[in-house]
Design a protein around this ligand. Sequence first.
Ligand SMILES: *Cc1c(COP(=O)(O)O)cnc(C)c1O
Length: 370
Amino acid sequence: MDTAYKDLSLPQRVLLGPGPSNVPERVMKAMASPVVGHLDPAFLAVMEEVQEMLQSVFMTKNRFTIPISGTGSAGMEAALVNVIEEGDHVLVCVSGVFGERMCDIVGRCGGILKRVDTKWGTPIDPDDVTEALKEFPAKIVAIVHAETSTGVLQPLEEISKIVHEKDALFLVDAVTSLGGAPLKIDDWNVDVCYSGTQKCLSCPPGLAPITFSPLAVETLRNRSQKVQSWYLDMTMLEKYWGPDRVYHHTAPISMVYAIRESLRIVLEEGLTNRWERHSAYHRDLVSALEKLGLTMLVEESYRTPMLNSVVIPPDVDDVSVRKRLLEEYNTEIGSGLGPLKGKIWRIGLMGHSCTQENVEHIVNALKALL
Ligand SMILES: *Cc1c(COP(=O)(O)O)cnc(C)c1O
């Protein structure tokens, strides 16, 4: 029978915001593969490949490396709820929206929170972490690698050393950085790290890759209370993703096909090539924007290559420029968040969207509109 609803029809946008990024045809095709059961041997083989490829992309040997069902925020929640028990001391480094979100979750699972803050648009100073840990017996120190709300790429190695000198766990948000900038879980001694699919992996949103170091797994095993979240409890999830294959929840089958293909694409290109591509087009974009008279929010040495925060000139209307970009150029860029609302644009060059063609396209569009 006919309904009032027509066939689904969506525009093919140029996605140059803070995510999602454009999805390669190959990934869309993989998603259209037949749905099989979540315990079908054919699917179990796909799961194993995904775990192996995730280890390569995270640059880790951690056996405990899986995609969580849910977006990047589910990864954040999974990372925190599995290592925090009521009364645990948690230090969170806050330099933007996503650090704030971590603080919220710490409070919800009964952690005792201390913050290290920095002005939005600047990185966390390792000395401030040292200072904060003097008085505060942190079990976990959490930080965002690429703060998508500001465009800052946070150096991690020095802070990792400081954290481990105090025998705390080092927990990192790599939702935006994974697959777009160097991130070395084992070399940098990161204990818990999570990401998302729709940023530099160029897969639709829906999964959150996560990895736990042996030390983090030990912390999980030594818990005295159950993990606060049933759905995100890694002690149960590992029984499905591990050799036992015990049903916990139905894996989002088609999304697992999608991430498999997107990881395959990342590894075909090679991590180093991928990092270089992101940093090369980032530099091209910045120099072209500067020629237009625009300035960047973040100091050169701390910029994330995949997310460019551009200061909106005082005489320019934020909303109307973004509206015209969408309507006339079929192109999405991001607005500022929180204190940066109306002050910056966030131009993403993530994964499949990070091309010379897109750099030229956005620069020409902004030139015409300004
Ligand atoms: C996008 C993002 C998240 C949240 O991911 P969702 O997929 O929107 O849930 C968390 N942290 C950072 C740094 C992000 O960029």
